[in-house]
Design a protein around this ligand. Structure first.
Ligand SMILES: [Fe+2]
Length: 274
């Protein structure tokens, strides 16, 4: 692979054939990210303004790098800001700078841990949509809104979303595995039958959703949310959880990844620091 400026932090590449699809995978820019974890005192809420400025700067560098790399698509993994009200501030102009088509999987910080009408409307105003299924280089990329699997005041929309996912997964079966799924929250963090936590889909319905994902023939599942590197699997699905662009709990540096996939489904997912 010549085109990618791989760093010492890169995952070992398993890519064998010539890549036919290149996706920039950006997780949790989350301008102003706050956590009370004792190990991350620099992310205390008193430092919100400084962190917001730094996080925004990192995202700007990431977008410049993406424009240089010219991937086929950008998948933003969600949590675009710490506070949903801030989505309208910088994101409209940031998106204008991006020279590559994109999809976004909305995060819990975008929608609310209990999804609200106000948040979903604001998100759609800024990003155009809260879910998307797009065709890229013979692949189908289906970017979902996993907050619908959690608490929501938009009950009618939840049913409509469920029907959308079902129809998309059904259609995906004709794609001979050339399908990539994405949501902000991963279906599971460590094991498919683990108990409910902040880091997974609710156990009620999780097994059925995973089986439906696998039955669609999809080969890759892109996630964010964990603020740490996570590589998992479920049947033929390779589940790639990207580092956050703001700050990580596992001491990984902030950055994003470039997924490159060949026709034989071999792939690389190299880390790009910013
Ligand atoms: Fe996040």
């Amino acid at each position: 692979m010549a085109a990618v400026a791989a760093t010492a932090d890169s995952m070992p590449s398993a890519l064998e054939g010539k890549p036919t699809l290149r996706i920039a995978h950006l997780g949790d820019p989350q301008f102003g990210f706050v956590t009370g974890r004792p190990s991350m005192k620099h992310r205390a809420k008193e430092r919100f303004d400084d962190n917001y400025r730094d996080d925004l700067g990192r995202l700007e560098r990431a977008l410049a790098r993406v424009n240089e790399l010219k991937p086929d698509l950008v998948v933003f993994g969600g949590d675009m800001t710490q506070n949903p009200a801030d989505l309208v501030k910088e994101w409209p102009s940031l998106l204008k700078r991006l020279q590559v088509p994109f999809v976004v999987t909305p995060g819990n910080h975008d929608m609310g841990n209990r999804l609200t009408f106000e948040n979903i409307e604001r998100f759609r105003k800024v990003f155009g949509r809260d879910r998307a299924a797009v065709d890229v280089k013979g692949w189908r990329v289906i970017a979902g809104n996993s907050q619908f699997w959690h608490k929501t005041e938009a009950k009618d929309e939840q049913a409509e979303y469920e029907a959308w996912v079902k129809a998309e997964l059904e259609e995906a079966k004709s794609r001979n595995g050339r399908v990539i799924l994405a949501t902000h929250i991963p279906p599971f963090a460590f094991a498919s039958d683990e108990k409910n936590s902040y880091d997974n889909y609710p156990l009620a319905g999780r097994a059925a959703r995973l089986e439906a994902y696998a039955a669609s023939g999809a080969r890759f599942f892109l996630t964010a949310h964990l603020h740490r590197l996570s590589v998992r699997g479920y049947r033929d699905l390779t589940m790639l959880g990207v580092e956050a662009l703001c700050a990580n709990f596992d001491a990984r540096p902030p950055g994003f990844r470039l997924l490159e996939v060949a026709d034989d489904f071999s792939y690389s997912w190299n880390f790009i620091a910013v």
